[in-house]
Design a protein around this ligand. Structure first.
Ligand code: GMT
Length: 381
């Protein structure tokens, strides 16, 4: 198939899923065209079967807000026509599904069909989409999509309930490439990698996010401070965003700044994750929690919150430990209990990898998207 994909190219789960999906589809022989304002950060521009089309957004003194959604719709229509696309797949409803709707109408007026699939990821429904400014158009574009998918059952229920959507929504969960996200088999190599982050007797706790308030990065530092009081440990934080400075200040105020390391945005997180003992994900909300899945595939269990779609991914006590939002004492206790009980930690490491392979591996999930595309393309003919 020839598939156009639009996503936010910035550091965020929906962009990661869209990019990894494009890479997997291209590896299966499909032709993939990314249409966005900049190249998605996990693409290097040299992948076979993947093409990138930038959306130029020109400004004009009259425009206080340059109309990106219109520029995107124009580019989608052009790319679809010039490359004979079978369909568009947009990730994150706002504004991508509205632009896709316009592109579909533009091409229809020229006698061409361009169906589009919208994948809902989370805050496009739970936060931004519920904002009254966007709610009516988000609901409309979901209803008008030729296909709609959600990344968890939680998000499907939330969408149906909050937007009173009657149309069918397919749940296609997020996925991970278990060859790319994998434990480091050679223990000497792993030990060498860990040496750059911590002393041999120290535990490594990790956090990875875009440091938005919903991620509760300050809780990450609080949890770590409690762990570090009890045992030698280092905290590695990957990513960047609005709450980084608050987390840095807290590390200083607690006097643990020499054990807390902010690495900023990293491209090859698959090389860092397997070095950790535990991932901390104390989010206020996660519709899925992709980072926890990537960590599981690397045999790293998560200490996380019992919110949104996380319980669909993490089996409490089996593949990770779940707590109420803000329960930093509980999460610290959980981390300590696992780090002190290597047998239990190892069992969890194995169970997590097993779950990633058996339920969330790209080789199982990506074909579900392909089948859904085929159904969508064929149903309107
Ligand atoms: O959570 C973020 O900061 C990014 C956001 C996005 O849309 O880019 O992530 C959402 O989509 C991810 C991929 O499907 C999910 O793994 C995240 O759980 C979801 N975030 C929230 O629901 C808060």
């Amino acid at each position: 198939m020839r598939i156009g994909i639009t996503c936010y190219p910035t550091y965020g789960g929906s962009g990661v899923v869209a990019t990894e999906l494009g890479i997997e589809l291209a590896a299966l022989g499909h032709q993939v065209h990314f249409i966005s304002y900049s190249q998605p950060f996990r693409l290097n521009g040299r992948e076979e079967g993947i093409f990138y089309h930038e959306v130029p957004v020109s400004s004009y003194p009259l425009f206080e807000f340059p109309p990106y959604d219109l520029a995107l719709a124009s580019r989608m229509a052009e790319v679809a026509e010039f490359n004979d696309l079978d369909l568009l797949h947009v990730h994150y409803a706002i504004p991508h599904s509205v632009s896709a709707l316009l592109a579909r109408q533009m091409l229809a007026s020229r006698g061409r069909r361009l169906p589009f699939v919208t994948t809902l990821h989370g805050t496009d429904i739970t936060l931004v989409g519920l904002d009254r400014c966007y709610l009516p158009i988000t609901r409309y574009s979901i209803e008008q999509s030729d296909g709609v998918t959600c990344i968890s059952n939680y998000l499907k229920e939330k969408t149906v309930e909050s937007f009173e959507i009657a149309r069918p929504i397919e749940v296609i969960t997020n996925f991970v490439n278990c060859d790319v996200y994998a434990p480091i088999k050679d223990q000497a190599v792993r030990a060498e990698g860990r040496k750059k982050l911590a002393a041999p007797d120290e535990a490594i706790l990790m956090h990875l996010s875009n440091f938005r308030p919903v991620k509760r990065v300050v809780d990450v530092v609080k949890i770590f401070a409690r762990v570090a009081r009890e045992m030698p440990a280092q905290l590695i934080l990957i990513g960047d965003g609005p709450d980084r400075s608050a987390a840095e200040w807290l590390a200083h105020d607690l006097g643990i700044q020499c054990r807390v390391h902010f690495l900023g945005k990293q491209e090859r997180v698959n090389e860092l994750l397997p070095l950790a003992d535990i991932l901390l994900m104390p989010s206020e909300l996660e519709s899925f929690g992709l980072v926890a899945l990537e960590a599981m595939a690397c045999k790293v269990p998560s200490i996380a919150t019992r919110v949104g779609g996380i319980p669909e991914l993490i089996d409490n006590g089996e593949t990770g430990l779940l707590y109420e939002v803000g329960d930093v004492d509980g999460m610290a206790e959980g981390a300590l209990s696992l780090l002190r009980d290597r047998e239990r930690l190892n069992a969890m490491r194995e169970a997590g990898r097993h779950t990633a392979q058996k339920r969330f591996c790209a080789s199982l999930v990506v074909p579900q998207y392909v089948r859904y595309y085929e159904k969508t393309v064929n149903s309107g003919q």
